[in-house]
Design a protein around this ligand. Structure first.
Ligand SMILES: [Cu+2]
Length: 123
């Protein structure tokens, strides 16, 4: 009985070390990327201008505070969030170029024209 008990303790200990290591790895990864929350509603993104450092990777968290479904699509790329319903969110990681700006818009027909667009400005 005593041997069984100490084996169980060793297994538990090994498990908690593995858990601690994986939490550390996740925190280290998360620490490298800044999250910018962008809200979508009819018919605008807030903020519509997002300033980033040259080459910076940012995680855009699109939160739909409107009534209709929306998405965020990076212009001239295939990068986009899912189309999300009211109250939902989705994230998209973007690595900025060394200069210039990246436009984004909502790809639901008519939404960009109504004002759902913005830009990521490198400075
Ligand atoms: Cu939209």
């Amino acid at each position: 009985m005593r041997t069984l008990f100490s084996q169980a303790q060793r297994v538990l200990h090994a498990g908690s070390v593995a858990l601690a290591l994986s939490l550390f790895a996740q925190q280290a990864l998360a620490g490298d990327v800044r999250t910018v929350e962008v809200t979508a509603q009819e018919f605008e993104f807030t903020p519509s201008t997002i300033k980033v450092e040259p080459g910076e990777t940012v995680r855009l968290k699109l939160v739909n505070q409107g009534n209709m479904s929306h998405n965020l699509h990076l212009r001239n790329t295939d990068a986009k969030t899912a189309t999300i319903q009211s109250g939902k969110s989705d994230t998209l990681e973007v690595t900025a170029p060394d200069n210039g700006e990246l436009g984004f818009f909502c790809a639901i027909p008519g939404h960009e024209k109504a004002g759902m667009k913005g830009s990521i400005v490198v400075q």
